[in-house]
Design a protein around this ligand. Structure first.
Ligand code: AGP
Length: 624
């Protein structure tokens, strides 16, 4: 996915757009670019690599433009390069486009344009969109395109006689998006329209922001904090334009929409680093608050009770579908639901669920977990489940997302904006909401549980008081040069090992593998040799003996075991012992995951990597 920003107002547009792009860099950081209108000219500046390369180039230039669009890229089509960096233009550079998403039929569209003699300078789908839009803009009189270009080249302004009306531009934009398949949010500037930014949205996120002396648009709300104080979430297949004092929105039939801007409860400091060095460090520290805020909000808003109790009475089948860390939260939920409610749970990676011909019916309840609510794989599954008559529940952390709009019910988490690509506080928030969901269903079905929500809260508060930094910084320096690291656990600890392995690998680039401890001897033990690093998780009282057998197995091969556990008596058996607070077995996630997240963060730092923006990754993958 990528990040897009637009500013149209009475202040300097370029520094504003660059600032907002900084807050969007977590969405992609392969290259960045900006297009602005100034004195009749359309200027485009791009740089490969992180946004700072673009900002450093522009920072000493005073650009009086008050109309600009910007882009930070996560490459989907074409490698990170100057040619592929956004914004992209039409053949006469009358139009510039920034785009988040993927146009799945761009190859066919490109071939059709090439047949008209149009050539391309990049490998991107976005350039195809720009050229297609321009063709549609001048479709009635293609010679106008040439005329505009020549007239412009001479007079550096649009000839008013021939100026195309905004209505006609919107018609051309509507025609263009109707020709495109896939998911996209686009922002467009056109030479001669220095008071307007055009936009369109289909499946990818797009927010309009109302400022004191401007209107803005961006891929998410945090990017506009500090500038806009009211927001409008552009709906699917809506298009329009923003001007310094007005936002005009149409539906796909070009019927004007009533645009209601709303305030949001996100403060600018929530997306600022403050005293921390990285967002990942800050967000790990916010883990306990994200749990408490989530549980308090669920209690206050009665969000769970808005899901009709009767759907949980009698027989139903429960499916949990998600990606990455969200899926790993689902692993914990599956374990607890089956262990405590004795209800079978199907759990699938979203990218697999869609293609396994899932057995869904109107007796199916599908829970989709997604921090961003914009993950394409997960959204596609929700659309499939809906078409099969299932009841859909979204668990999201970002407000007003596409996943929420598709589902019947919402279980919101309240971790606040999560900027670092590696999900930490949102994972804990998801776990707390899942435990609360289990308590809700247990109450409906009359199950007695071995935990309650207060004990969840106490678990995180207890863990919050422990300072792991020293131990974990030392440990990070021990493991940082390893090429492979193994995580093992049994029962709930195995599922926590899966998430811990993902966290460490995605920020340190060390290959990490999580294994059920009992499975080691069935093959993977062949990989364990002298000085191998094995990180063991042991929180489940009834599994101590079994885990000790595995620890002895590994010790006898000369490996170094690092044990995360509340059972201090086991310290004598391992190379390094990280003590964690003792909580009830089923609440282990709330006491063990924070030190494992810190270990991942410290290892990235020890390797001099950027923990917030790992290579090749993006915060929410809005392409399948
Ligand atoms: C987790 O650290 C990763 N960034 C990634 O696995 C992420 O959890 C996954 O892409 C799902 O994102 P979502 O929760 O926004 O759907």
């Amino acid at each position: 996915m990528c990040g897009i920003v637009g500013y149209i107002g009475y202040s300097l547009a370029v520094p504003t757009v660059l600032n907002c792009l900084t807050a969007l860099e977590y969405r992609g950081y392969d290259s960045a670019g900006i297009a602005y209108l100034d004195g009749g000219k359309l200027e485009i500046v791009k740089r490969v690599g992180k946004l700072e390369n673009l900002s450093n180039y522009l920072k000493n230039k005073i650009i009086p433009s008050s109309c600009a669009i910007g882009h930070t890229r996560w490459a989907t089509h074409g490698e990170p390069s100057m040619e592929n960096a956004h914004p992209h233009t039409d053949k006469n550079k009358l139009v510039a486009v920034v785009h988040n998403g993927i146009i799945e039929n761009y190859v066919d569209l490109k071939k059709a344009l090439e047949k008209k003699g149009i050539s391309f300078y990049s490998e991107t789908d976005t350039e195809v969109f720009a050229k297609l839009f321009s063709e549609n803009l001048f479709a009635k009189n293609p010679e106008l395109n040439e005329y505009y270009a020549k007239y412009y080249a001479m007079h550096n302004t649009m000839h008013n006689t021939y100026k195309i009306s905004k209505k006609r531009i919107i018609k051309a934009l509507k025609h263009t998006i109707s020709m495109c398949e896939g998911a996209f949010a686009v922002a467009i500037v056109i030479k001669g329209y220095e008071d307007t930014i055009f936009f369109a949205k289909h499946k990818s996120p797009l927010i309009l922001g109302k400022c004191r002396d401007a209107f803005m648009l961006a891929s998410d709300i945090p990017a506009l904090l500090g500038y806009a104080d009211k927001f409008y979430t552009v709906g699917d297949d809506e298009l329009g334009y923003i001007e310094p004092e007005k936002a005009t929105v149409f539906d796909l039939t070009l019927k004007p929409k009533k645009v209601k801007f709303k305030s949001v409860s996100i403060e600018p400091e929530q997306v600022m680093l403050g005293k921390f060095h990285h967002f990942m460090e800050k967000e790990i520290a916010e883990g306990a608050d994200s749990v408490l805020n989530t549980l308090n909000r669920l209690e206050k808003t009665k969000a769970l009770e808005k899901i009709p109790a009767q759907i949980f009475e009698g027989d139903f089948n429960l499916h949990i579908t998600a990606c990455g860390t969200a899926l790993n939260a689902g692993l914990i939920a599956k374990y607890i639901i089956e262990n405590q409610l004795r209800i079978p749970v199907d759990l699938d990676y979203a990218s697999e669920f869609r293609y396994k011909k899932p057995l869904l019916s109107n007796k199916s309840i599908c829970l989709f977990i997604s921090q961003s609510g914009e993950t394409a794989d997960t959204i596609s599954c929700a659309e499939l489940a809906k078409s099969m008559g299932a009841t859909l529940i979204a668990m999201t952390n970002v407000p007003a997302t596409r996943l929420e709009s598709i589902c019947d019910y919402l279980i919101p988490t309240s971790a606040g904006p999560e900027i670092a690509v590696a999900s930490t506080k949102a994972y804990l928030a998801q776990l707390s909401a899942l435990y609360d969901f289990i308590v809700y269903v247990a109450k409906i079905r009359g199950n007695a549980l071995e935990f309650d929500i207060d004990s969840v809260k106490n678990g995180v508060i207890k863990n919050n008081s422990v300072n792991y930094k020293l131990d974990l910084t030392e440990l990070a320096n021990l493991i940082k040069d390893y090429s492979s690291i193994y995580f093992i656990g049994r029962g709930l600890d195995y599922f926590l090992a899966v998430e811990s392995a993902l966290k460490l690998k995605e920020v340190s680039y060390i290959h990490c593998e999580a294994l059920p401890a009992g499975e080691l001897k069935h093959g993977s033990l062949a990989l364990i040799k002298q000085d191998s690093i094995v990180i063991a998780l042991l929180t489940q009282s009834e599994l101590i003996e079994k885990m000790l057998n595995n620890i002895h197995e590994i010790n006898s091969r000369g490996a170094k075991i690092i044990l995360f556990s509340p059972f201090v008596e086991l310290k004598q058996f391992v190379y390094k012992f990280i003590s964690i607070p003792k909580v009830d077995d089923l609440l282990a996630p709330f006491s063990i995951i924070k030190p494992l997240q810190i270990l991942a963060y410290e290892t990235a730092i020890a390797k001099k990597l950027d923990p917030d923006k790992p290579r090749n990754l993006a915060k929410s993958v809005t392409v399948e």
